[in-house]
Design a protein around this ligand. Structure first.
Ligand SMILES: Cc1cc2nc3c(=O)[nH]c(=O)nc-3n(C[C@H](O)[C@H](O)[C@H](O)COP(=O)(O)OP(=O)(O)OC[C@H]3O[C@@H](n4cnc5c(N)ncnc54)[C@H](O)[C@@H]3O)c2cc1C
Length: 399
C-alpha cells in the first residue's frame, strides 16, 4: 500500500442514495431561499434572520451532531455535502454553520457529559450560536504561542487576553476560548494551554471591532476582548494544560468542512463559467467553441472533481474512524481551496469585464475562495502537516 493507505478499503468513498437524497433537500432549500438573496447578503454583510430560522427548522444546525444531543445525526460525509451545497449558494452561510461546528466539535470530543447536555442541544437545534476564539494578534498558525492567560482561583478560572478574527462572535451565545494556564515545559511548547466555555453575558467579555475582510460578506470575523472573565471550573473543556490537543484535534475534523466549502465555491464558479461560455457569442460563434476556452473549462472541471473526491475521501476515512483521515483532510483542504481560488479566477476571466463587476455575482467567489486558503490552518500549515505525517509514517522520523 502507498501512504496514507493501510488497506484497499481505504480507497473507498462511501457515498450512498441517502447522501444524494440529503443533498437534494439541502439544494432545494438553498436554491429557493438562499441563492435569490446573495446580493442582499453581500450588500448588508448579514445573513437574514429568516434564512437562519428556516435552516434551524430544517435541522441544518444539527447535522453531524448525534441525536442524543439534539442533533440530526449523520457523519462527516453528510456534513461535507451540506457545507458544499450551502457554499454553492452563499459561502458565508456555510461559515455561520461551520463556526457552530467549531464550538460543538471540541465539546463533543473532549467535553464532560454535563457540558454536552447543557451546550450542544441548543446549538444543534439552532436556538443558540457558538464561536471559537483561538487566534490572537501574536499569530494564528502558532497555536502554542497564544498569550491569553487563565489563572485558577476558588473553583473558577479568570481569563484575560485578546482574540482576533473570531467568526460569529457578535452573535454567539457560547464561545470556546483557549488560554495559557501554565508555562510551557522545556521540551513541550504546546503544553500548558487549556480550553474553556465562556457564555456571552459573562462580565469582562467584550466583542470588539469587526474585521472588514476581503470576502465571506455576511459572516465576517470580530475581535474578542477578555478582561478578568470569570468562569466556573466546570467550564474547562478536556484536561487542564492539554488544550493544544483540544484545538488541533478540532481542526482535524472541521477542515473537512472547509474543503467542502471550497468545493461548493468551485462548483458555483464552474457552473457560471460553463453557462456563460455557452450563451456568449463572439466572432460569430459561441465562446465555448474557442480552444482556449475549452481548455479552461476542461481544467476547471478536472480540478473541481479532484477536489470533490479528495474531500469525500477524507470525510469517509473520518466516518470510518481511520486516523489517516488527518492527512487526507489536510490534502483535501489545501487542494480544494486552491482549486476553488483558481477556478474562481478562470470564471472571472471567461466573463471578461462582467466578471469583475460585482453585479454579475462571479468575483465574489474569488474573494471567498481566498479566505478558505487562510483559516482553520493556512495552506502552508497543511503542507507542513502532510509532509510531517508522511515522513513519520513511512520512515518513523520526526521532522
Ligand atoms: C475570515 C476569517 C475568519 C476567521 N475565523 C476564525 C475563528 O472563528 N476563530 C479563530 O480562532 N480564528 C479565526 N480566523 C483566524 C485564522 O485561523 C488565522 O488567520 C490563520 O490561522 C492564520 O493566522 P494569522 O492570520 O495570524 O497568520 P500567521 O500565523 O501570522 O501566518 C502568516 C503567514 O505565515 C505563514 N506561516 C506561519 N507559520 C508557518 C510555518 N511554520 N511555515 C511556513 N509558513 C508559515 C502562514 O501560512 C501565513 O502565510 C479567521 C480568519 C479569517 C481571515
Amino acid at each position: 500500500m502507498v501512504f496514507p493507505f493501510t488497506s484497499s478499503e481505504d480507497f473507498k468513498i462511501e457515498i450512498g442514495e441517502e447522501h444524494e437524497l440529503f443533498r437534494k433537500s439541502i439544494r432545494e432549500f438553498v436554491e429557493s431561499k438562499v441563492m435569490p438573496r446573495w446580493r442582499e447578503i453581500e450588500e448588508t454583510n448579514r445573513i437574514p434572520e429568516e434564512i437562519l430560522k428556516e435552516a434551524a427548522q430544517l435541522g441544518i444546525f444539527g447535522v453531524g451532531i448525534p441525536e442524543e444531543y439534539g442533533g440530526q445525526g449523520g457523519g462527516h460525509l453528510m456534513t461535507a455535502l451540506m457545507m458544499e451545497e450551502i457554499a454553492r449558494a452563499v459561502p458565508s452561510l456555510s461559515v455561520t454553520i461551520g463556526v457552530n461546528h467549531l464550538f460543538a466539535v471540541p465539546v463533543m470530543l473532549f467535553g464532560s457529559e454535563e457540558q454536552k447536555k447543557k451546550y450542544i442541544p441548543p446549538i444543534a437545534r439552532g436556538e443558540a450560536r457558538g464561536a471559537h476564539a483561538n487566534t490572537e494578534p501574536s499569530g494564528g498558525s502558532d497555536v502554542a504561542g497564544i498569550q491569553t492567560r487563565a489563572r485558577k482561583e476558588n473553583g473558577h478560572y479568570i481569563i484575560s487576553g485578546r482574540k482576533v478574527f473570531i467568526s460569529g462572535a457578535a452573535d454567539a451565545d457560547y464561545l470556546v476560548v483557549s488560554a495559557r494556564t501554565s508555562p510551557p515545559k522545556e521540551d513541550k511548547r504546546w503544553w500548558g494551554l487549556s480550553v474553556f466555555i465562556v457564555e456571552k453575558d459573562t462580565p469582562g467579555l467584550k466583542i470588539g471591532q469587526q474585521f472588514k475582510v476581503l470576502g465571506m460578506r455576511g459572516e465576517q470575523p470580530y475581535e474578542v476582548i477578555l478582561e478578568e472573565v470569570k468562569v466556573p471550573e466546570e467550564n474547562l473543556v478536556g484536561p487542564e494544560n492539554e488544550g493544544f490537543k483540544v484545538i488541533v484535534s478540532t481542526y482535524d475534523y472541521t477542515r473537512i468542512g472547509i474543503a467542502a466549502q471550497a468545493v461548493g465555491i468551485a462548483q458555483a464558479g464552474f457552473e457560471k463559467a460553463l453557462n456563460y461560455s455557452l450563451q456568449r457569442e463572439l466572432f460569430g460563434q459561441q465562446l465555448i467553441q474557442f480552444e482556449m476556452i475549452i481548455e479552461k473549462i476542461a481544467d476547471m472541471y478536472m480540478k473541481l472533481e479532484a477536489a470533490r473526491l479528495l474531500t469525500y475521501w477524507a470525510a469517509t476515512l473520518a466516518d470510518r474512524g481511520k486516523r489517516e483521515f488527518v492527512v487526507a483532510a489536510s490534502l483535501a483542504k489545501a487542494f480544494a481551496t486552491e482549486a476553488a481560488e483558481w477556478i474562481a479566477r478562470q470564471a472571472i476571466q471567461i466573463h471578461g469585464g462582467y466578471g469583475v463587476d460585482p453585479e454579475t455575482g462571479v468575483e465574489r467567489y474569488l474573494r471567498d475562495a481566498i479566505i478558505t486558503t487562510i483559516y482553520e490552518g493556512t495552506n502552508e500549515i497543511q503542507r507542513l502537516t502532510i509532509v510531517r505525517q508522511l515522513v513519520r509514517q513511512t520512515f518513523g522520523m520526526r521532522i
